[in-house]
Ligand binder design. Structure first.
Ligand code: 5GP
Length: 205
């Protein structure tokens, strides 16, 4: 069958276990392709240019923004982040499942763009990864040795306002039990690939 791919837009606050879930998903479904975002923030730890992110200078980032190279871009904690069209559109046209890990501002921009963009309209699925409750998230965030109390409070406030946007998403996966959450996420990917909206040709004619 001649099909477009699926654009799986994942959001979820820091501390929710999103990267662990995405890691497990890619183990289970190695054909899934991760879109590498651009960012102005500095690499952390072992992060490498072209692997976790394209690490750009402010000037490089702003030039791409001006050049209309992003599907969406947003400022998060004083840095800018953006999804390149070149990471996404051609892959969707050739039928790949593409995952974006972006914040709520970015996801809402894609929702809006999908109103007038046929490929986005037919392929985008929005998934929010949530903690079971705010208390659990607070405990998880406070357990990160790298963050100060002020950073924890700032992240928790951002998390709460992000989670309140859950109705703009198609699916909510609660990461209480990691195994259960990763199965649910895999099921969303499977269901996404069976949607009629991605089928290009007329069938049964
Ligand atoms: P971090 O700096 O911890 O890797 O990511 C911080 C936040 O930026 C996370 O919520 C992540 O989902 C978000 N983010 C990463 N890439 C993008 C992007 O391309 N666009 C948007 N809007 N958010 C992004």
């Amino acid at each position: 069958m001649n099909k477009l791919g699926d654009l799986i837009v994942l959001s979820g606050p820091s501390g929710v276990g999103k990267s662990t879930l995405v890691g497990k998903l890619i183990e289970q479904k190695p054909e899934v392709e991760f879109s590498i975002s651009c960012t102005t923030r500095a690499p952390r730890g072992t992060e490498k240019h072209g692997v976790e992110y394209y690490f750009l200078t402010r000037e490089e980032f702003d030039a791409k923004r001006k050049n209309n190279e992003f599907i969406e871009s947003a400022d998060v904690f004083s840095n800018s982040y953006g999804t390149l069209k070149s990471e996404v559109i051609d892959r969707l046209k050739r039928g790949a499942q593409v995952v974006l890990d972006i914040d709520v501002q970015g996801a809402l921009q894609i929702r809006k763009a999908a109103e007038s963009d046929d490929i986005l309209k037919r392929t985008a699925v929005f998934v929010m990864i949530a903690p079971p409750d705010l208390e659990t998230l607070k405990t998880r965030l406070a357990g990160r040795a790298t963050d100060s109390a002020e950073q924890v409070a700032q992240r928790l406030a951002k998390a709460q306002s992000e989670l309140q946007n859950f109705r703009s998403y198609d699916y909510l996966v609660v990461n209480d039990d990691l195994e259960k959450a990763s199965q649910e996420l895999a099921a969303v990917f499977t269901a996404a690939s069976a949607r009629t909206s991605t089928i290009k040709e007329e069938l049964f004619v």
